[in-house]
Design a protein around this ligand. Structure first.
Ligand SMILES: NC(=O)C1=CN([C@@H]2O[C@H](COP(=O)(O)OP(=O)(O)OC[C@H]3O[C@@H](n4cnc5c(N)ncnc54)[C@H](O)[C@@H]3O)[C@@H](O)[C@H]2O)C=CC1
Ligand SMILES: O=C([O-])CC(=O)C(=O)O
Length: 327
């Protein structure tokens, strides 16, 4: 029997990441090869033509799973009945900027979108924020949607996670499939902490497969600043890898991770000393359609300091958006 379509609302559909994501979602990469999907595209008036063009091309792909595409510049229309909301639309940074520099410009987008999600989305809505600064934008949206359980608002650190896995695999001379237990902690920013303390390569401790000094030095720097490296080399921020990570985040959230661990920015309930309510990256698994923080991992002094530094930045971003009246 054909399944009922899942409604996916994607913002910034006329932008780069939107364009890289839409076709994979419609092809079944995100929700499964037997799951029809209805797409709702939200853009601002200036982005509508590009979104319309993407919609024309979606028609031209004749994807069997694509049950429909609607485009709107009104959040209340675009989020109506949304089961999955992918909040991508916002301004990317350019060379020389930190993601936090986008706080004021982009923060203003997420309150109204959060309100529209609270008012119009389906009861099971799951939200992933990609637009930077992603953790704090997710917090803003969540604070405007008290009708929706707080845990349904998440931010993307899967790209950082995938970068951390890819760079570890290269250093260890291993395949990515041999790697597990890598964690991104904290903020999707240069303070994030890619942690190999509990990672394994082919079942053995990662810190025996690579130089521990590299793991706690140049590696952290490389992963945390990979976004800036891409901007420098490509001349624009990451696109296909970001779209891929957002798709993997939603896929794992909806379909489960099994025993495999990944990283996602989810609301803290005080795990690992992260203040309650912050949307911070943790080691996670997903089961039954919900993210679960993997608890009980030992945190040594080095890791403690790194986690605390990134969490302190999240606290200061939260305080800044409070001061701006965005929450
Ligand atoms: N969390 C992560 O790992 C990553 C986050 N990003 C962030 O993703 C965001 C999007 O990046 P790109 O697609 O490359 O940018 P882009 O500039 O190519 O596209 C952004 C699109 O969003 C639209 N937009 C702006 N305000 C909107 C609103 N209020 N509602 C709906 N649409 C709106 C614009 O018209 C534009 O079409 C940026 O903030 C970027 O920094 C990028 C890479 C990774
Ligand atoms: O670095 C940026 O501005 C875009 C981004 O978030 C990333 O690539 O991780």
């Amino acid at each position: 029997m054909t399944k009922t379509p899942i409604t996916v609302t994607l913002t910034g559909a006329g932008g780069q990441i939107g364009y890289a994501a839409l076709f994979r979602i419609a092809a079944g990469d995100m929700l499964g090869a037997d799951q029809p999907v209805s797409l709702r595209l939200l853009e601002i008036p200036q982005g509508m033509r590009a979104a319309e063009g993407a919609a024309l091309e979606l028609t031209d792909c004749a994807f069997p799973l694509l049950a429909g595409v609607e485009i709107s510049d009104a959040p209340e229309v675009a989020f109506d009945g949304a089961n999955v909301a992918m909040l991508i639309g916002s301004r990317p940074r350019t060379a020389g900027m930190e993601r936090g520099d986008l706080l004021e410009a982009n923060g203003a987008i997420f309150g109204p979108q959060g309100r529209a999600i609270g008012a119009r989305a389906a009861d099971d809505v799951r939200v992933i924020v990609v637009g930077n600064p992603a953790n704090t934008n997710a917090l803003i949206a969540q604070q405007h949607a008290p009708e929706v359980p707080a845990e349904r608002f998440t931010a993307l650190t899967r790209l950082d996670h995938n970068r951390a896995v890819g760079l570890l695999a290269a250093e260890a001379g291993a395949g990515v499939a041999q790697i597990d237990g890598v964690t991104i902690w904290g903020n999707h920013s240069a303070t994030q902490y890619p942690d190999l303390s509990h990672a394994t390569v082919g079942g053995a401790p990662a810190l025996e497969a690579v130089d521990p000094q590299w793991a706690r030095g140049a590696y952290i720097e490389r992963v945390a600043k990979r976004g800036a490296e891409i901007i420098e080399v490509r001349g624009g921020s990451s696109v296909a890898s970001a779209a891929n990570a957002a798709i993997e985040h939603v896929r794992d959230w909806m379909l489960g991770t099994g025993e495999r661990r990944t990283s996602a920015a989810v609301v803290s309930h005080g795990e690992y000393g992260v203040p309650e309510g912050l949307i911070s990256s943790f080691p996670v698994r997903s089961e039954g359609g919900a993210w679960r923080v993997v608890e009980g991992l030992a945190v040594d002094e080095f890791s403690r300091q790194r986690i605390d530094a990134s969490v302190a930045e999240l606290v200061s971003e939260r305080d800044a958006v409070r001061q701006l009246g965005l929450i």
